[in-house]
Design a protein around this ligand. Structure first.
Ligand code: ZN
Length: 351
């Protein structure tokens, strides 16, 4: 991916270019973003630029062997780490990112603006949490200890370091602190406060800003058709639910809850919980007068600003906690009709 193909984030791209051109390449960086704002495309463009044999006009050439390998995500010196778990798509008992690399490539090549839930779906672990376990650290350390295949930079793009446990971080720490020559770590996080301090403190951070409305529309247009259909379906359910709640129609609100409970699978029900959590976050952002970082598409502005006006101050925080509980209980096979009926009731009472 070239910088020219990255949507938005011109300032961050310029900062990375300046760093690369000056030769003062930070060996560990933490990119933090709201999910789906393009930290991964930026990281890919940056590494591609660093390793390009003929960069010009502030971008990689897109044509040299290194650029071509990067375009297919098969550059031998560029490694990817992301949260995984055991699942039907691998027979590995202690899977690492390498076990799922084929699915990772397919996902990133189709749409590098994917969300965490898309990754879980792509690697077939929708019903589990992804983790970055110690086996991953061992694997990366051994890969980085080898001499680079090409003469450019070795790089590790570490997606969601907040999913790494202490043991993994401890293993990696020395490598991050004193990496082999011409090695770059890029950590991409959605929750910098959850990244272990030992790692965080060793990284130079870069804020990847929320996208503008036009940029959000461009990103959404890249999503596969079935994802857009699901988005529309969830949005309709969520807005019906919220409209019933603020207009004090408990019966209609409970009906929406029933519809969510009858979504075809537990994964879909959890998917709705994640979606609703994001929507509530947007309402909260508007209430805090932070609309510039709320990532609200233009056609949804009227809905969200009405909700921000009509919902009370504590509604958002209480509801997010309640939604997280429901998501947790779905995993524990609690009857979903009861869960969503209870959730709707609580939302109705706390609005
Ligand atoms: Zn090139």
């Amino acid at each position: 991916m070239r910088f020219a193909d990255v949507i938005g984030n011109k300032t961050a791209a310029d900062a990375l270019l300046t760093m690369a051109d000056s030769g003062r390449v930070a060996h560990a960086m933490l990119f933090y973003e709201n999910e789906g704002c393009g930290a991964l495309p930026l990281a890919l463009a940056y590494i591609q630029y660093l390793n390009c044999s003929n960069p010009h006009d502030g971008d990689s050439c897109g044509e040299c062997p290194s650029c071509r390998q990067m375009a297919k995500l098969v550059h031998p010196d560029v490694h990817f780490v992301f949260p995984v778990n055991k699942g039907p798509k691998t027979s590995d008992d202690k899977p690492t990112s390498e076990s799922y690399i084929k699915y990772w490539r397919e996902l990133v090549l189709a749409n590098p603006y994917f969300k965490e839930a898309d990754l879980q779906k792509a690697i077939g672990i929708e019903s589990k949490s992804g983790l970055i376990a110690v086996a991953e650290a061992r694997h990366i350390i051994s890969r980085l200890s080898l001499t680079a295949v090409a003469d450019g930079y070795k790089a590790v793009i570490f997606y969601l370091p907040e999913k790494m446990n202490q043991e993994t971080a401890n293993r990696l720490l020395k490598m991050v602190e004193e990496p082999p020559e011409k090695t770059v770590f890029i950590f991409i996080t959605h929750a910098p406060e959850k990244v272990l301090q030992t790692i965080f403190s060793r990284c130079q951070s870069l804020r990847v800003l929320p996208l503008s409305k036009d940029e959000i529309a461009a990103v959404r247009a890249m999503a596969p058709k079935e994802d857009r259909e699901e988005y529309d379906r969830f949005m309709e359910l969520f807005s019906d639910l919220m409209n019933s709640i603020v207009s004090r129609d408990l019966y209609a609100a409970l009906e929406c809850g029933e519809q969510v409970a009858s979504l075809e699978s537990r994964e879909k029900q959890k998917g709705f919980c994640t979606f609703a959590g994001e929507c509530i976050r947007k309402i909260f952002m508007l209430q805090q007068k932070l609309q510039q970082i709320a990532d609200i598409p233009e056609e949804e502005e009227a809905f969200y600003s009405a909700m921000a006006d009509k919902c009370g101050k504590k509604f958002c925080s209480k509801t997010i906690t309640n939604i997280e509980k429901v998501s947790y209980m779905i995993d524990r096979n609690v009857n979903s009709k009861i869960l969503f009926c209870d959730l709707v009731n609580r939302m109705f009472l706390s609005v």
